[in-house]
Design a binder for this molecule. Structure first.
Ligand code: COI
Length: 430
């Protein structure tokens, strides 16, 4: 009976030794690793005309989407021939997925395409595309190792993509309708997730295969997919990380407790990074709102806790994150899912730019430098960056969903739903 534990007594998360820097969340968007800026590539140069002739055949090819379940079945009992098959799938699939997005960049209004941040991402995509299409069929394990090294380098180079895209879009959003901005960004993000999943899955399968006792390295992982995800572990990890972020951002104010109930020990298969990204974002937002607006208990002086309830249904696992942080102002609510510019978004972008290094160097964050005391922190207006729309892209990627219901003056409930069978194809348009 999936729902039998729903009335479990709430479990409070305790803070223990935890290193946010070691979390995959920090590796996702860390601009610290941005080292080289590609040479600007003018979209209208003659050289570009010839490059586009190389691009066209790839733009016209359809992508071959996959499911989590396919990745899991394929990744079990890895053999040399399977690894080479995986390498060649990644080698042929990445350029198609990149080419589709390069064409989207080219279709942006001219003024947007000349924005330096947008141009930088465009150039990164071109460079990656050109590097990968040059690689001939991979026939040996040595060739695969070299391929993996190259892909690792690209993954690293592309860590700048999200902050650069977000900045570029924010700067240009006066010139294009908000709906077009949102559609462009969601497409970019979905496609980026897809490319990174393929690349990281193959790299991890390879490194496990190459390790001397590769039959023993599994422990529930098939590449980057974990087959024993437990809501309890995910909420504990992300809750600690969110608490750490909010504590630092507020100059040391204690964040509210997180209570956990429901089917917290249900097990399912998923990519931990994806689910952690979402839960971290939701918990961080809830904590921030509660720290800013929550009414303290008159006896204990404690902030109202955040309640996370997990429900395992027939096909899905749902996390509800519920806070009494005063809810979202109607003006802010209308912008909740948009990547386009607004005064609140602009401020939040500054914050997000520093987000990955926030825990390491809080003094660099606009959020923390302006909030050196709990009182100042309380007085700040509420900023939401692109973390929420991005979380929805992550949730929808494997067929899930993210919804937010708010009562301004009271609090907010967010529902994150994940399909537990992994049988839904990657969710992207092309
Ligand atoms: C990205 O992270 O945006 C990528 O496209 C990575 C891929 C080239 C390996």
């Amino acid at each position: 009976m999936p729902n039998s534990n729903l009335n479990n007594a709430p479990t409070a998360i305790t803070t223990s030794a935890f290193s946010p820097q070691s979390s995959p969340l920090f590796k996702m968007n860390n601009p610290a690793s941005i080292v080289k800026q590609p040479q600007a590539r003018r979209r209208y140069s003659p050289q570009h005309f010839y490059q586009n002739r190389i691009l066209d055949p790839y733009v016209h090819q359809a992508v071959s989407p996959i499911t989590l379940r396919q990745l899991v079945f394929f990744g079990r009992n890895m053999q040399e021939d399977k690894l080479l098959k995986s390498a060649n799938y990644v080698r042929t699939e990445l350029p198609i997925r990149l080419a589709h997005r390069i064409r989207d960049f080219q279709n942006l209004p001219f003024i947007v395409g000349t924005n330096p941040h947008i141009e930088l991402v465009y150039d990164l995509y071109w460079q990656a595309f050109e590097k990968i299409v040059k690689i001939p069929e991979i026939k040996t394990l040595e060739e695969n190792d070299a391929f993996c090294e190259m892909i690792k380098g690209l993954l690293n180079d592309h860590l700048v993509v999200i902050p650069q895209l977000a900045l570029g879009i924010m700067e240009c959003s006066k010139h294009i309708p908000a709906a077009q901005v949102d559609q462009f960004m969601s497409k970019m993000l979905r496609s980026r997730i897809s490319r990174r999943v393929l690349a990281e899955q193959h790299i991890t399968l390879t490194s496990n295969f190459n390790s001397p006792n590769h039959m023993m390295t599994d422990r529930g992982y098939i590449g980057i997919i974990y087959t024993h995800i437990k809501p309890r572990d995910i909420v504990e990890r992300t809750g600690l990380l969110a608490a750490d972020t909010c504590r630092q951002a507020s100059g040391g104010m204690a964040p509210p407790k997180v209570l956990l109930d429901g089917n917290i020990d249900a097990e399912f298969t998923y990519i931990p990074d994806h689910i952690e990204y979402i839960l971290y974002e939701l918990l961080k937002n809830s904590m921030r709102f509660v720290m800013q607006n929550g009414k303290r208990d008159p006896t204990t002086g404690e902030l109202p806790p955040i309640q996370v309830t997990v429900c395992e249904g027939t096909h899905e696992i749902v996390f509800r994150v519920s806070d009494k942080g005063g809810g979202i102002h109607p003006e802010m609510e209308s912008q909740l899912w948009s990547y386009a510019q607004s005064p609140a978004r602009e401020a939040a972008m500054l914050l997000d730019r520093h987000a990955p290094s926030r825990a390491q160097s809080a003094q660099k964050s606009s959020f923390s430098t302006t909030a050196s005391s709990p009182q100042q922190y309380k007085n700040q207006s509420l900023h939401l960056g692109i973390g929420l729309p991005m979380s929805r892209v992550y949730a929808e990627y494997w067929g899930g969903d993210l919804k937010v219901f708010t009562m301004h003056g009271y609090g907010t409930d967010a529902y994150a739903k994940f399909c537990k069978f992994g049988n839904i194809y990657e969710n992207f348009d092309d």
